[in-house]
Design a binder for this molecule. Structure first.
Ligand SMILES: Nc1ncnc2c1ncn2[C@@H]1O[C@H](COP(=O)(O)OP(=O)(O)OP(=O)(O)O)[C@@H](O)[C@H]1O
Ligand SMILES: [Mg+2]
Length: 259
């Protein structure tokens, strides 16, 4: 499910992100070059289970026809890690030898969503589905101060799902089909743009229900064991997503209440 690439050339650290994602040139099994932005397993700012969350969210987004870049497993070898010029980063990449999460670099011209951008009417449907997706995966990290969303024309690109499934970290987890379970979406980057509008989630619901339990199990099985925070986290996410499919009507009700 997650194609394997080998890192061949270090290019640079991307922006000022907390986890210092790196632009790497990689090679696929056919020997073709692919440019990816990689999240390093050995980075001290990557939360336990963060790469698992990135991967499951991306696989789910692809099945839901939501706009994410193709996700990959990125193999880093010691010889590659040793080529990184900056000593601090080199040490982190040396600690990340093995499998890391990466996604394809987006097209030139793609821009981070500005906090004051007014979306065109044509984009409202996409925004609504992103809002529902973040509710579903319990992702509190697409906010005004950190949009984690880019765009090119009317097309969105979603990225950074490291904080998804965050309710597993809560002391008292609240499921999104119960009252208050989606309260965190009040800080969502699209909350104000969507407020008071009509919810059009039939396509999203159909796509979600079509995924099925077996497919969700496949996501979890395809993820390298070293990306799990704890051995049981993958299983918990699997059960949670299966429950979400069954309870999506309830999630819709909570989304309607919120908006
Ligand atoms: N697929 C991609 N193509 C091009 N640039 C990307 C891609 N993914 C991420 N970036 C760039 O890297 C930056 C940091 O990525 P990301 O948000 O995943 O990392 P982070 O460490 O979690 O950052 P933060 O803590 O600021 O949210 C993004 O703001 C974006 O500029
Ligand atoms: Mg980010």
């Amino acid at each position: 499910m997650l194609e394997l690439l080998s890192a061949t050339r270090f290019e640079k650290v991307m922006g000022s992100g907390r986890t210092q994602p790196c632009l790497l040139v990689c090679e696929n099994e056919a020997g073709e070059e692919v440019e990816v932005v990689a999240k390093l397993r050995g980075h001290p700012q990557i939360m336990p289970g963060g790469l698992l969350a990135e991967a499951v969210a991306s696989l789910l987004a692809l099945d839901l026809d939501l706009p994410v870049q193709t996700p990959y497993r990125i193999a880093i070898e010691r010889a590659f890690a040793d080529t990184v010029p900056d000593a601090g980063l080199r040490a982190i990449i040396q600690k990340s030898v093995g499998l890391n999460f990466g996604c394809a670099k987006w097209a030139p011209g793609c821009t981070i969503w500005p906090r004051d951008k007014t979306p065109s009417r044509d984009m409202k449907q996409s925004l609504m589905e992103v809002f529902a997706f973040d509710g579903l995966i319990q992702n509190p990290d697409r906010r005004q101060i950190n949009p984690n969303c880019a765009f090119l024309g009317n097309d969105l690109v979603l990225f950074d799902h490291e904080s998804a499934f965050s309710h597993f970290m809560s002391i008292v987890p609240v499921v999104p089909w119960e009252a208050g379970g989606l309260g965190f979406l009040k800080d969502h980057i699209f909350f104000h743009a969507l407020r008071g509008g009509n919810l059009a989630l039939d396509r999203f619901q159909g796509a979600l229900e079509a995924i099925g339990e077996a497919r969700i199990a496949e996501y979890i099985q395809s993820i390298p064991a070293e990306w799990n925070g704890q051995a049981s986290t993958g299983k918990k996410i699997q059960t949670y997503l299966t429950d979400c499919m069954v309870n999506f009507q309830g999630i819709r009700l909570q989304l309607e209440t919120l908006l």
